[in-house]
Design a protein around this ligand. Structure first.
Ligand code: SF4
Ligand code: SF4
Length: 114
């Protein structure tokens, strides 16, 4: 599978994403396992309104990459999740999430919840 050219986007497509209960638990575990300094640094970054709470501006990448929600993994490769920089990769059928969404990161789940 061709990769997306995410370097340099600085979280362009990382807005509030839907998460399931299972994903929420995985994220909580990931955040709890972070060294306090890293967690605090990530929490305090001055993001634009709407940018995902876990987007790491300093490193220009997802701050919880191995625990990121399914939607983030699918982005760019489905017809209803087109990457602005590489639209030709969005060839898979529109997404149907199998599990129930419990809310959106940065809106329903914020730093006080992880
Ligand atoms: S998926 Fe596309 S828009 Fe999003 S960060 Fe990657 S290249 Fe940029
Ligand atoms: S969890 Fe990571 S990949 Fe998903 S929107 Fe937030 S920063 Fe982006």
């Amino acid at each position: 599978m061709q990769a997306l050219p995410c370097q340099g986007c600085r979280g362009l497509c990382c807005g509030p994403v839907p998460i399931t209960e299972k994903e929420y638990k995985k994220i909580q575990k990931k955040v709890k396992s972070m060294p306090q300094k890293i967690r605090d640094g990530l929490e305090k970054q001055p993001r634009l309104y709407g940018t995902c709470m876990f987007y790491d501006l300093d490193r220009d990448q997802c701050g919880i990459h191995d625990a990121r929600p399914e939607v983030c993994r699918m982005f760019g490769f489905h017809k209803d999740m087109v990457c602005f920089r590489k639209p030709e990769l969005a060839t898979k059928e529109p997404v149907r999430l199998k599990e129930t969404v419990i809310g959106h990161l940065s809106i329903d789940v914020t730093w006080k919840d992880v």
